[in-house]
Ligand binder design. Structure first.
Ligand code: BGC
Length: 765
């Protein structure tokens, strides 16, 4: 006791000293950086400053010291601040050499890339990753991605993408973490930590870029790049938190989105880029536009290139991706007094600071170690991590009569357009993947069963039946392997294979390019030719397990009603096949939970669990009531709710208890629940806590996620899970955009999904 007291006293005495020591240290580093950059900028011409604001795409066209376009020349002239879409340590070293040996001031370039879910070792698409609800794994995946990318010359990633999305027609839902601001914020933080580590200047950490700032996920009708119109209240409470979390976690850069906000495109939106981001949130890094976003403001109707470039700079944008607007027009705008020298200097300074923090001025080749590239990419260790993580992202949607896990004996039919298609395992982006090295599901099953079972394969169907649509879903080098046979021929072959088998695994869903950028769909069901295949397989009477590949929630109503087992595997990355086999054969018990609601019908979109109540809510358990908020032709229920996901075992929730019936402003409330693994397998469960604020000065959602814990229980084991709530957890942005809590009654829900919870109540005094 005495000892503890002494330590406490020492801590109290020395904490301020330690803290001010740390502050001094960081401020002296800042001072050093400032002096260095002042000195450098003192030597820079206006053209050289504008050069720093210019980010062209290389398209991998520069090789060695030569180049087949004029980028090499521009680099020599100091007209390029960075490059992206270029990879390999050797190529990047060669290009960096031009900058630091042949340009007047020898300022190193920054090299960016869309390292979205892994580099050569590919992790599940972000929407899949978010279904792991496991922040340590999310961070680890970003860490491995940074390790590999930095070994191959890259020091800046255009990730994390933290756009909240509630419209699965939008193909880019695959790139984010789903619909929830709380879960999205946790993930945003973990990814930034994973990429940037604790020291950006290390050669294995890379600069994160938070995108797409802001609200890109709320485009009308789910159509990519479309108009956004949103109240400030909704922004602050529902859409902005993940961006803020990522910036608060120290992300060094942000990317402006394509869409407009309050009628002004993000790249020209001063309120967004300066008032909110810099003044309110205190962001000190730099902002790059999205691809050609400055020039796109001409089509938005804001003026010509000169005008929109000036608007972007004045709004607080620092770097121009691909549009060439800053490079070619700002000088004239300065002459005309439309922008100021100070604005140009500020943007230039922020970019130079990022380069400084990355350590590029100390060693411009810091990330171009050819030996690292040889030894650190796609390593057995990284692939093992990716395999383990992938298995944590799968969501078991249905498992009638415990068809799963499979025995791995006898004869197994593997059928479907995704059964033997390596190129489509990694999903959208995966820019550095070698698709040929991905593990297909066929490979994965064979690896798993060895000689214990016989695997028969048939393709069964194309992805879609319309060849023109097929061409549109394979433009980026992920071939769909269009099969010229008729649908009937393919189904006949598949049925014959199924008939020889004990069980059928149907690998169906979207091709990798049916989601991602510019891949909006108005109909998000399983393509009808694949549904026909499933019907024919079910008609054989064999048990059918559907392995669903998708980059978005789908309206798989018929499948839910008719196929006995459905395992949603998203796009699981380079190790997909092995990871799926791990789960199908029970080596891993699935524990993924949906981070986005699956609708029953496109007509219900936007559909999300944390909606408002309306003044005419439907009575609980009702399908339809006249003059209540509902539809004539479909219930309000989702097909699968947020937070949902089954396991091979079952979990019982009992004894939800609160430590008190009231919470005070400076107090704590403990919410506890007993969770028991009541089934036959060991397994993990994501215990979810939601709140409802019953009375507020503004209307409040019917439920909001405020905590979760992923626990592992052996079969038969029980664990008491506790959450601590404070007044801060009850805060929201009120009509004056103040972040407040309001005294009154609250409900707390704890359970296995947003729709299956125990319930208790407390009052905030
Ligand atoms: C995308 C961004 C991406 C950028 C650079 C754009 O089309 O919207 O997410 O980072 O291209 O590749």
């Amino acid at each position: 006791m005495k000892m503890q007291l002494r330590l406490l006293v020492l801590a109290i005495l020395f904490l301020p000293v330690l803290r001010s020591g740390a502050q001094n240290n960081s401020s002296s580093q800042d001072q050093k950086m400032k002096l260095f950059i002042n000195n450098l900028m003192g030597k820079m011409t206006l053209d050289e400053k504008l050069g720093q604001l210019n980010l062209p795409a290389s398209g991998d066209i520069i090789t060695g010291a030569g180049s087949n376009n004029n980028i090499g020349e521009k680099i020599k002239e100091g007209k390029v601040g960075g490059l992206f879409n270029i990879k390999t340590a050797q190529k990047i070293r060669d290009v960096q050499k031009i900058a630091v040996e042949q340009s007047r001031l020898k300022i190193p370039l920054i090299f960016g890339m869309d390292v979205i879910h892994g580099y050569q070792t590919v992790f599940p698409i972000p929407l899949g990753m978010s279904c792991s609800w496991d922040m340590a794994l999310v961070e680890k995946s970003a860490r491995v991605a940074a390790q590999e990318a930095s070994a191959d010359g890259i020091c800046w990633t255009f990730s994390p993408m933290v756009d909240i999305a509630r419209d699965p027609r939008w193909g880019r839902m695959s790139e984010g973490s789903g619909e929830d601001p709380y879960l999205g914020s946790q993930i945003a933080r973990s990814m930034v930590k994973g990429y940037q580590g604790d020291d950006l200047s290390k050669n294995n950490t890379i600069l994160a870029c938070v995108k797409h700032f802001a609200l890109y996920g709320a485009g009308e009708a789910g159509r990519d790049y479309n108009t956004v119109d949103m109240s400030r209240l909704r922004m602050y409470n529902e859409y902005l938190p993940p961006y803020k979390a990522a910036f608060d976690a120290g992300a060094g850069s942000g990317m402006s989105s394509f869409n407009e906000i309050d009628g002004v495109p993000a790249s020209a939106n001063k309120w967004l880029m300066t008032d909110l981001l810099r003044k309110e949130w205190g962001f000190k890094g730099f902002v790059v536009t999205d691809y050609t976003a400055i020039a796109e403001m001409i089509d938005h109707g804001l003026g010509d290139l000169k005008e929109v470039s000036a608007l972007a700079l004045k709004a607080g944008v620092d770097m121009d991706m691909v549009a060439d607007g800053f490079l070619t027009t700002l000088k004239q705008s300065l002459g005309e007094g439309k922008v100021s020298q100070q604005e140009i200097d500020m943007a230039c300074r922020r970019i130079l600071e990022a380069k400084y923090k990355l350590g590029l001025f100390d060693d411009p080749y810091r990330y171009c170690d050819v030996n690292r590239a040889k030894n650190e990419l796609f390593t057995p260790q990284n692939r093992q991590i990716a395999r383990e993580i992938a298995a944590q992202t799968f969501v078991l949607l249905k498992n009638d009569q415990q068809i799963l896990p499979l025995q791995g004996k006898g004869t197994i039919a593997l059928i479907g357009p995704l059964a033997n298609n390596k190129e489509n395992m990694t999903g959208t982006w995966s820019v550095a993947a070698d698709f040929g090295k991905s593990i297909s599901l066929l490979d994965g099953l064979k690896n798993a069963v060895g000689t214990q079972a016989n695997i028969l394969y048939a393709k069964g169907s194309n992805f879609v039946s319309d060849p023109q649509l097929d061409a549109r879903i394979s433009v980026f080098g992920k071939p769909t392997q269009w099969d010229k046979r008729s649908a009937k021929e393919m189904i006949d072959e598949a049925v014959a294979v199924a008939q020889k088998s004990d069980v059928v695994i149907a690998a169906v869903g979207e091709s990798a390019e049916m989601s991602g950028e510019c891949s909006s769909r108005s109909d998000i069901s399983l393509p009808e030719n694949q549904e026909e295949l499933l019907k024919a397989l079910l008609a054989t009477g064999k048990p059918v397990v559907m392995v669903l590949f998708t980059g978005r929630p789908l309206t798989i109503n018929w499948e839910k009603a008719n196929v006995p087992a459905i395992l949603n595997v998203w796009f699981a990355g380079s190790e997909a096949g092995d990871a799926i086999a791990d789960v199908l054969f029970g080596k891993v018990n699935p524990s993924g939970k949906l981070s986005a609601t699956f609708p029953q019908s496109v007509g219900q979109i936007p559909i999300y669990y944390n909606h408002k109540n309306t003044g005419r809510p439907l009575a609980e358990g009702k399908w339809f009531q006249k003059f209540r908020s509902n539809y004539l032709d479909v219930s309000n229920d989702p097909l699968f709710p947020f937070g949902f996901g089954l396991s091979y075992t079952t979990f019982d929730y009992n004894n939800l208890k609160l430590s008190n019936s009231t919470l005070t402003n400076d107090g704590k409330l403990t919410v506890s629940v007993e969770v028991t693994n009541s089934g036959n397998y060991d397994g993990a469960e994501v215990v979810q806590l939601y709140l409802r604020d019953l009375v507020g000065s503004i209307t409040r959602p019917v439920k909001e996620l405020k905590g979760f814990q992923k626990i592992f229980l052996k079969k038969g084991e029980m664990q008491k899970v506790s959450f601590t709530l404070t007044e801060k957890d009850l805060r929201f942005y009120n009509s004056d955009l103040q972040w407040v809590s309001e005294p009154g009654d609250f409900k707390v829900f704890v359970g296995t999904s947003s729709a299956n919870t125990l319930e208790a109540a407390f009052t905030l005094k």
